[in-house]
Design a binder for this molecule. Sequence first.
Ligand code: E4P
Length: 254
Amino acid sequence: MSSPKCAFSVVAAKPDLNILPLYTEKQKESGDEGMKIFLDSANFSEIKEAVSWGVISGVTTNPTLMSREEASFEEMAGSICRLMGNRHVSVEALSTAAEEMVPEARRLAAMAPNIAVKIPMGVEGLKAVHELGSGEKVSCNVTLVFSVNQALLAALAGADYVSPFIGRVDDLGWDGVGLVREIVEVFDMYDLPTSVIAASIRHPRHASEVAAAGAHIATVPFAVLKQMAAHPLTDIGIERFLSDWSRFKGEKGR
Ligand code: E4P
């Protein structure tokens, strides 16, 4: 199937959403296979701990997460970027008008080479993303995305990432995972290079469902990352192996 950049007049074969592979063709071609996991946190100890597990490829922050920490914004962003090395760190711009967002984003991006600037979705955000794509390009993560149309516009404006907030969509009684699946389908259909970050993940089931829905990245809070690693049957299994082994040792007198 040829993949037009995005033309509504072109009708492409619709993939069966229930059997979408974990890796999209686009990811396979670029050798970038598999969903990556980012940590959704501004807490240095949590990030350090998660990095030591060897499973996270980036960190996303937002003003709420930053406001829970003691250190200044610059200190937090600086130490997180240093810890993450060349891995992705998203930090959010706070301006609301495009003409202020652009210089703010440039200032944030200049702090470290691994920074992507989170730009809130909206007309001003789109203008800023478009502007930030020209000249010295700033990598943009369009945040607070709640519909396929918003994701599509963000991608067309030049965003490297879009972040649909699935937990907040579920809170409204809609289908957050379904939203991710549809965005991935549309991006894939038109070969749009923007990566989909499934955000606002509330529980481990969300993480596995967005992986099956083809999300390129899931950003998860530390509590969810810990839940992802755990299973009660694993704990019961370890306990049983240890007790069987110590009984065996006791019986054999060794
Ligand atoms: C994503 O980038 C956001 O930081 C985050 O996932 C928002 O999650 P919340 O809806 O739990 O606040």
